[in-house]
Design a protein around this ligand. Structure first.
Ligand code: HEC
Length: 215
């Protein structure tokens, strides 16, 4: 019996240590995070777009967590500075992602501010990036003879739309693009990163203007 008691006690102690390290301590670290001044809450259209992003599995190929320079050259790729907990205060559920089949999208609104580009790229990625392996999303568009009042035909590269037809984005697609354009974390981070505080030389991130390549 003595051994069983030791085994049970050992199991409970191990479990308690794991829960503290993986659940309780991280919760204490981030529970009081305030929204940064430069970060706006999502509008209702952007939130609808966020659910289209979730429903279509964009998160399976795109992360939203640029890493610090010591981990990856994300800033050099134009994906923005390393993210901090405050960047995610309005993200429920968070969409950090773990796969990077495509580029990180945390700052896509800075890097690619053109609504036309996004609509066209989501209609047919290969018309913009030859050889792209990103899926197209034709069911979020409608093909028509001409755009009706209040609708806007997509401004596509020649030869992309079916001959003699126009392509019009469905409302879900317009919301999705509003969400993508809202992804901007350009405001400065308040608390410096530990290695900056220690006086180490940290080159500043390049402006997030240049297009990034997938890797
Ligand atoms: C199968 C993986 C995959 C899925 C799913 C996917 N993408 Fe992509 N995405 C890529 C790849 C690869 C690229 C890079 C090539 C390109 O631009 O087409 C990319 C590029 C992009 C870019 C341009 C990024 C830049 O830095 O230029 C945007 C924006 C984007 N994807 C949005 C989306 C959205 C929104 C969805 C969901 C509706 C989605 N992607 C789903 C793989 C994927």
């Amino acid at each position: 019996m003595e051994n069983e008691v030791k085994l049970a006690a050992g199991t409970m102690v191990t479990f308690a240590i794991a829960v503290s390290a993986l659940v309780i301590l991280p919760y204490i670290q981030v529970r009081d995070v305030k929204p940064p001044e430069g970060l706006k809450p999502y509008t209702s259209a952007e939130l609808r777009g966020r659910s289209v992003y979730i429903a279509n599995g964009c998160v399976y190929c795109h992360s939203q967590q640029p890493r610090s320079e010591s981990f990856a050259p994300d800033a050099k790729r134009g994906w923005g500075r390393a993210s901090v907990p405050g960047d995610y205060v309005y993200d429920k559920p968070h969409l950090l992602g773990s796969m990077r089949t495509g580029p990180d999208l945390m700052n896509i609104g800075v890097r690619q501010p053109s609504k036309d580009w996004h609509l066209g790229h989501l209609y047919q990625p290969r018309a913009y990036v030859p050889g792209s392996i990103m899926p197209s999303y034709p069911y979020l568009f409608e093909i028509k003879d001409k755009a009706e009042p209040g609708e806007e035909a997509l401004n596509l590269p020649p030869g992309t739309a079916p001959a003699g037809k126009v392509v019009v984005a469905r409302p879900e697609m317009l919301d999705l693009v509003k969400y993508l354009l809202s992804l901007k974390r350009e405001y400065p981070v308040l608390s410096p990163e530990p290695h900056e505080a220690a006086g180490a030389k940290t080159p500043s991130a390049p402006p997030a203007g240049k297009p990034a390549s997938a890797s």
